[in-house]
Design a protein around this ligand. Structure first.
Ligand code: GLA
Length: 406
């Protein structure tokens, strides 16, 4: 009887041990680079090596970027006779292990893409029915991160399908960050917290500040469209250390975004605790773009240990005010002029403001002796304190991002 009891305990331990995600991989939102936004399936070994080298030479690694991620298109069109995934022979003639070794040799981490369906979104072999076999392959290749997509999934249940992949990765034994890419259709914020480390909340981003790109059967979204989908307490509640809302990969440096739009895009993704996954061609980026991506004060908002997703505090005409509570009772405040016409002047009288975060119970008011200092996070300069009315002028889609502290 005792023996039976013990084996029952052991069995339940084994089951629970095989049904969890890897912990401690996402205390703060992940930072890295992904091939998709610029290169689509046009990727290869040399590109990965170049990107890894640039992570070091440009200071991106020092700024906190860690993962180099190959999106769709790294495989051959067919699995081999044993059902294993095969690296594309022309794009990756030395296999995936060779590129992952190169990335690791630079002190960085490496990730791949696959899909829960029969085929990936670009038509390569998906993982459906091969989850455990693929997870073993990833472990053999030294994969640290899996972006797992949702094309060609038919009647599959997303919670079950993502749980299967989570369990397969866990069983393979190598810690892997699981990035769920289900586009928010089945509200992953309701069920994915114990399954993945982040989940996409929306359809794909498009490299514009304020537009919707209609592809016929689906649409992709500009920066403002995605931002506005996140002014939402349900999403805020679901995010925190270990599990983040993913607003999709950055378009900073892509499309026709202006300098100010790039700045605003980056700061808002940081303030809303989205993963900071770069999507531009790092081999051909301007100094301006690099300076936005390396802004340590903005990155610090995203990587803040409290892990509280920012929210919209108020609208002042065309100037939107987004805020984020930070450690030690500090706050980030972003003033964004989302005007369709042009520049505006604005005033912000701190004395009149009481900022409340109803979801996480933070509050800040500035009246009386409760004075905060202000730092402009784009210039790094001190801007006085909250006793004086803040006055500013912002061009169209320009933002001012400040940190307030005692
Ligand atoms: C989907 C994803 C994108 C990208 C492509 C690849 O559209 O949402 O981020 O991974 O598939 O085909």
């Amino acid at each position: 009887m005792k023996k039976l009891f013990l084996s029952a305990i052991l069995l339940s331990l084994t089951i629970s041990a095989s049904s969890q995600k890897f912990e401690n991989l996402a205390k703060t939102p992940q930072m890295g680079w992904n091939s998709w936004n610029t290169f689509a399936t046009n990727i290869n070994e040399q590109l990965v090596k170049d990107i890894a080298d640039i992570f070091i030479s440009s200071g991106l690694k020092d700024a906190g970027y860690e993962y180099i991620l190959l999106d769709d298109g790294w495989m051959d069109m067919q699995r081999d006779k044993s059902g294993n995934l095969v690296p594309h022979p022309v794009k990756f003639p030395n296999g995936i292990k060779a590129v992952s070794d190169y990335v690791h040799s630079k002190g960085l981490k490496f990730g791949l893409y696959n899909c829960a369906g029969n085929k990936t979104c670009a038509g390569y072999p998906g993982s459906r029915g091969h989850e455990y076999q693929d997870a073993l392959k990833y472990a053999e290749w030294g994969v640290d991160y899996l972006k797992y997509d949702w094309c060609d999934t038919g009647e599959l249940n997303p919670k079950e399908a993502y749980t299967t992949m989570r369990d397969a990765l866990y069983a393979a034994g190598r810690p892997v960050f699981l990035s769920i890419c289900e586009w928010g259709d089945a509200e992953p914020w309701e069920w994915a917290g114990n399954i993945g480390h982040s989940w996409r909340t929306t359809g794909d981003i498009f490299a514009c500040f304020d537009c919707i790109e209609d592809h016929g059967t689906w649409k992709s979204w500009g920066v403002m469209q995605i931002l506005n989908m996140h002014d939402n307490t349900i999403l805020r509640k679901a995010a925190g250390p270990g599990h983040w809302n993913d607003m999709d990969m950055l378009e900073v440096g892509n499309g026709n975004l202006t300098f100010h739009e790039n700045q605003s895009h980056f700061a808002l993704w940081a303030i809303l605790n989205s993963p900071l996954i770069l999507g531009n061609d790092l081999r051909n980026m301007s100094e301006e773009t690099l300076s936005i991506l390396k802004n340590k004060d903005i990155i610090a908002l995203n990587q803040d240990a409290l892990g509280i997703q920012g929210f919209k505090y108020t609208d002042m005409g065309s100037v939107e005010v987004w805020v984020k509570p930070l450690v030690n009772g500090e706050w980030a405040i972003c003033f964004l002029n989302h005007s369709t016409t042009g520049a505006v002047e604005f005033e912000f009288d701190w004395n009149e403001q009481i900022v409340k975060d109803e979801v996480f119970g933070n509050e800040v008011a500035f009246s009386g002796k409760n004075v905060y200092k202000i730092k402009d996070l784009y210039t790094g300069k001190a801007m006085g304190d909250t006793q004086k009315v803040l006055k500013g002028k912002l061009e169209k889609n320009q933002s001012l991002v400040v940190r307030i502290y005692k």
